[in-house]
Structure formats: structure tokens, C-alpha cells
Design a protein around this ligand. Structure first.
Ligand code: BDR
Ligand code: CA
Length: 317
């Protein structure tokens, strides 16, 4: 049984990643911690509960975490994910926030890892604020984690939020810096460029959504807004690696679920630019080992996309 703790800023692709993990029988989600990012922390908590409701898994504990970055800022991604983070397609029967645990996300993260030393993998698909706070409160946390999987950062200067910054890192550069420099457990990173180069064809997406299930109907509703944004990006913005559908957070989740999915990684020391006029929040890869860091991370380069498609399909079955 794989034990996961998932930290999300539940936008549409976080929902897709969660649904992927919830559909795998050999995966046990010990808790879902919420963090600011794509939308407000209240919306993130509500969105996670909506996902758990459609997957009939409301017994999984949900914890509220940081409402802002370490510097007190929020970014938001309403243009893409919808103002509520899930495509502005509300469910009048959505579960209420009273289902969120009283314990805070950071303390729950530390406690759950403590209760299962060496067994828990943390999957972080939002800004890294909760994860950074957790390691500051408990510096021994990384040693007790099995693996850390992150969706975020970039390998060249290609941003998707600022000129050079990927959303999750740009939303809290200090938190990303702390995590990349203090987590000495095995760390796997699905970067923005990696997800762009691993796009799935739009006709796969059509078949995925056409499944005759409540989960597929839910996904069709919440995905409409961002799907239209991605499709208009085809025309308006630079296209990275051609057309196709990207579920960014699902690439990191799949790595945590299936040990045979990663085919190729680069093992490099990385950090985050905290200053700079244009590059604040950019992940920096130390190709020449000039930083003399002993700890290196695994940057995903190639994965088994056929296995990924099966995990995606099963998420909505
Ligand atoms: C990341 O930014 C967010 O909008 C997505 O949920 C994903 O985690 C992609 O850069
Ligand atoms: Ca996310």
C-alpha cells in the first residue's frame, strides 16, 4: 500500500490529480492539506471536498493551510481555473467547510509523517508554503518522508506566470527555495516545461470526458473554463511543444503512484532565484555543480505516457 499525503491549491488539474490517486486501489491518502494558490484558501478547501464527494471519499481528512505566501501575498489563477478554482461551475449541494478538520495543515503534515516514519510520500501540487512551514517547524521532517513529488518550477527561463516563473514557484519563491534547499529526501520534480513536452492529444481528452460516469460529468463541468482557455492559447500565445492537453499536477501524482512510470530523470542540484528584476521565482538548475550542493533532485525528463493515459482514464471511471 502506498501512503500519500497530498498538498493542493485545488484548481482543475489538482482535482484531476486527486481523482487519479483516489481511483488507485493500492494508494491510501492519509490526508489532504490545502494551500493558497489558484484561488482563496476557502475555495481550495471547498474544491477538495467537492472532489471527495464525487469520488465518494469524504472520510479522507482535509486540512486548511496557509492563506498567503510566506510574504503575505496571493497570486490567484482565476483567468485559467475560474475564480472559484473549479471553472465557476458551482454545485449547490457541495459539502460545507464544517467538514474541514480543526487541526491545521502544517501540524497535520508533521503529525501524519511522524505516525508513519519512512512510509509517507508527499505530493505537492500548489505553492510550497505549507511544506516550507512544516520543515521550519520540524527540521527532521524530510528524513522521515519517503519521497517528495513536486509539480512546479522550470528548467530554463520559460515562465507561465511571470516572465521566468512557473506559477507554484512564483506564487511563493521563498517557500520553494526553503523546500528545494532543505528537503534532503528523494525529491522528484515535474516542471512546467516537462508537462508541456508531455502533452496528451485533445482527442484523448474528448474520450476521457465522454465516459458515462458521474466523475466524467463533474470533470466536464469544471474543466470547460480552463479547456477553453487552453484552446484559445493555441492561437494567442506561444505554443510550447505543439497543441495538446496538459494536466500539470497529474504528472507529479502519477510518479507517486506508479514506480514504473518514470523512464528518465536528470539528477541535479537546484535552487530558486529570490532576487532579480525578471527572474524572481525561477528554478535554477546548477548544471556545473558550482553551488557545491550535496543534495540533488530528480527532474522528470521522460515518462511512460501510455501508463499515464491509463491512470487518467481510470480517474474518471
Ligand atoms: C501549476 O499552476 C497551477 O495553476 C496548476 O494547478 C499547477 O499546479 C502549473 O504551473
Ligand atoms: Ca496546482
Amino acid at each position: 500500500m502506498k501512503k500519500l499525503l497530498v498538498d493542493v491549491d485545488c484548481g482543475v488539474d489538482d482535482a484531476q490529480a486527486l481523482m487519479m490517486a483516489l481511483a488507485v486501489p493500492g494508494v491510501q491518502i492519509l490526508g489532504i492539506t490545502c494551500v493558497h494558490g489558484n484561488t482563496s484558501i476557502e475555495n481550495v478547501c471547498k474544491n477538495v471536498l467537492r472532489v471527495l464527494k464525487v469520488c465518494k471519499r469524504l472520510e479522507i481528512p482535509v486540512f486548511r493551510g496557509a492563506a498567503t505566501s510566506l510574504f503575505g501575498l496571493t497570486v490567484g489563477a482565476g483567468d485559467f481555473h475560474g475564480k472559484d478554482g473549479l471553472g465557476d461551475a458551482p454545485d449547490p449541494q457541495a459539502p460545507g467547510l464544517e467538514l474541514v478538520q480543526k487541526e491545521g495543515a502544517v501540524s497535520a503534515m508533521i503529525r501524519i509523517v511522524d505516525e508513519n516514519p519512512g512510509q509517507v510520500s508527499l505530493v505537492a501540487t500548489g505553492p510550497l508554503t505549507n511544506v516550507a512551514l512544516a520543515v521550519k517547524l520540524d527540521p527532521s521532517l524530510p528524513k522521515k518522508l519517503k519521497n517528495l513529488y513536486i509539480m512546479g518550477g522550470n528548467t530554463d527561463s520559460r515562465g507561465n506566470t511571470t516572465v521566468c516563473g512557473e506559477f507554484n514557484f512564483a506564487a511563493d519563491p521563498e517557500a520553494a527555495y526553503i523546500v528545494l534547499n532543505e528537503f534532503i529526501c528523494p525529491v522528484y520534480i515535474a516542471t512546467w516545461e516537462f508537462t508541456c513536452y508531455s502533452k496528451l492529444p485533445w482527442d484523448f481528452c474528448d474520450g476521457w470526458l465522454a465516459q458515462d460516469t458521474d466523475k466524467a460529468r463533474f470533470m466536464t463541468q469544471i474543466f470547460k473554463h480552463s479547456m477553453e482557455s487552453s484552446q484559445s492559447e493555441r492561437i494567442e500565445k506561444e505554443l510550447v511543444a505543439g497543441q495538446g492537453f496538459i494536466s500539470c499536477d497529474s504528472y507529479a501524482m502519477a510518479a507517486a503512484i506508479d514506480d514504473t512510470y518514470i523512464l528518465e530523470t536528470e539528477h541535479k542540484a537546484v535552487t530558486v532565484e529570490l532576487a532579480g528584476t525578471y527572474c524572481r521565482g525561477m528554478m535554477v538548475v546548477d548544471h556545473l555543480d558550482l553551488l557545491k550542493k550535496t543534495h540533488k533532485v530528480y527532474i522528470l525528463k521522460k515518462v511512460d505516457l501510455e501508463k499515464f493515459k491509463v491512470l487518467m482514464m481510470n480517474a474518471l471511471k
